[in-house]
Design a protein around this ligand. Sequence first.
Ligand code: NDP
Length: 327
Amino acid sequence: MNIISPQYDTTSYRHSGLSGLKLPVISLGLWHNFGSADSYENARNMILHAFNRGITHFDLANNYGPDPGSAEETFGRILKQDLASYRDELIISTKAGYYMWPGPYGDGGSRKYLLASLDQSLKRMHLDYVDIFYHHRPDPDTPIEESVLALDQAVRQGKALYAGLSSYNSEQTKEAVALMRELRTPCIIHQVKYNIFHREIENSLLNTLKDLGLGCIVFSPLAQGMLTDKYLNDIPPDSRAAKPTGFLRADEITDRRREQINKLNTIASAKDQSLAQLALAWVLRHETVTSALIGASSVKQIDDNLSVLENLALTTEELQEIDVIIT
Ligand code: NDP
């Protein structure tokens, strides 16, 4: 499975907001399953398969692993080994904003932390630049202006082509984007959690992004696996919820949650879709959503998720049924 031959017509691409940059409607994130604790061969198979299926966008962060930093190392190794001649066909993003190293400069939103972290990320991935550099989360102890100026500096230095924000609320986003517009920094995307169980962005952020002309890439569209057929009956031993390093806690899969998952699965089956496909179609129904940023632990999951492209339609009745289930 080492032949690289991207089939760009097997997925589709949307502009990130009003920018010229197009992203695949399904992008792949390396938060789980790509660290030093995971199988390198499985990680490599997933990346190469995803790219062959037209997934051009891979999302990382300084702290992805475990160990922190090791997902970038894995990705850098695959890039070097297999994808070196495809750099111009790839959109690679990374972020800084969560704890990464000890002392006062390894966390938060300071200029010191963000720029040092980007240098470390580039080194781990053997890259001269990333396509998108994000501030991973707002830092209440740092003025937004300082974090924005650091993102701007990353672009001016040629170490990032575009800047992005992650998990900023509506007001914080407006403030950051206003500053970036003054600086003419190409801030083109916002990364935020959105799925059938987590709809907070519908209150205001989604409209703000539309008004600002920013793209929106949504993370955990499958609620870390809960919006798949994985947890219909129990917690499989190889699942994220069963792993000590997984961010999904087993106690989040309550009886009530399992009942909702089963009802949603019935809607999906009636449409001849998997629950994962239904959940992805649900987030992609908004034109403001540029891309659904999935995670995966196997090639099979990537293929299952990409099959959503065969049917993105959702009827008003189906949307209402989903609302009732989760209310
Ligand atoms: P998802 O909600 O897509 O969950 C992915 C998990 O769901 C997989 O690891 C797998 O679990 C399971 N899964 C995926 N597809 C299927 C399928 N077809 N059938 C059965 N199970 C399936 O996304 P993540 O929570 O992993 O987040 C995606 C990406 O978003 C991250 O990698 C990261 O890049 C980004 N992110 C950004 C954050 C931020 O703060 N900006 C925060 C969190 C994520 P299993 O491993 O159990 O098989």
